[in-house]
Design a protein around this ligand. Structure first.
Ligand code: 13P
Length: 246
């Protein structure tokens, strides 16, 4: 059995005051025992606030990125140990915005995945094709390549300890989600690549997930939850998506 999982990626959004409001709203709305695993990934400066305000809830938290290095002269970077010190459980690795704007390569992403997993963080490996790649019928090639880069570094057992998020680039922040059938097709492929080792690994869908579209996505056999951007910035919307995953 795979645990339904919903993770919010706040990206570079919210102020300190908004963070406190949002976290308080989530904490109040998600007490008690739940079937679904829920986590949020606020910007680095707000992680300590997340540790404080989520303490009484069943909501975990994580970071949006980490350094591949353990420590040293890497100005501006944040290590796995630092994230663990703050109480992070998760860390996103290879988000398409980092691949695109920070030029992160498959190799670097594999190094980051390894650095996170080695220390006991749960890396959330993001994969997904651009519109151009989909139109050229290269979706499986691209997603397969992105997965294999990490598998080559940490093995199938290593990847199985993380979470995989399929986020088609054309669906991110566009309001144009993949249909449940389109997403399911790629999720089934990801599951095939992960093999029996990945039987318990959650594979999440990300890209314009909204309260209205979540249930139909989660009804698909190989969609175990969601990585949510925009809709994770409103407590009500995010909690509705979390409830749909149960
Ligand atoms: P949106 O939900 O805003 O499309 O963002 C998805 C995403 O990139 C989550 O990591």
């Amino acid at each position: 059995m795979r645990r339904p999982t919903v993770i919010g990626n706040w990206k570079m959004n919210a102020s300190f005051a908004q963070t406190a409001d949002l976290l308080a709203g989530l904490s109040e709305g998600w007490t008690g025992v739940h079937q679904a695993e829920v986590a949020v990934c606020p910007p680095y400066p707000y992680l300590a606030k997340a540790a404080e305000l989520l303490e009484q809830s069943n909501i975990a938290f994580g970071a949006q990125d980490l350094s591949q290095h353990a420590s040293g002269a890497y100005t501006g970077q944040v290590s796995a140990d630092m994230l663990l010190d703050l109480g992070c459980k998760y860390v996103l690795v290879g988000h398409s915005e980092r691949r695109e704007y920070q030029g992160e390569t498959d190799t670097l992403i594999a190094e980051k995945f390894e650095a996170a997993a080695k220390k006991g963080l749960v890396p959330v490996l993001c994969v997904g094709e651009t519109l151009e790649e989909r139109e050229a019928e290269k979706t499986f090639d691209v997603v397969g390549r992105q997965l294999r880069a990490v598998i080559e570094r940490v093995g199938l057992e290593g990847v199985a300890k993380g979470v995989v998020a399929y986020e088609p680039v054309w669906a991110i922040g566009t309001g144009r989600s993949a249909t449940p059938e389109m997403a399911q097709e790629v999720h089934a492929y990801i599951r095939e690549v992960l093999g029996p080792e990945g039987e318990h690994t959650a594979v999440l869908y990300g890209g314009s997930v909204k309260p209205e579209s979540a249930a139909a996505l989660f009804a698909q056999q190989d969609i175990d939850g969601a990585l949510v951007g925009g809709a994770s910035l409103k407590a009500e919307d995010f909690l509705a998506i979390c409830r749909a995953a149960e």
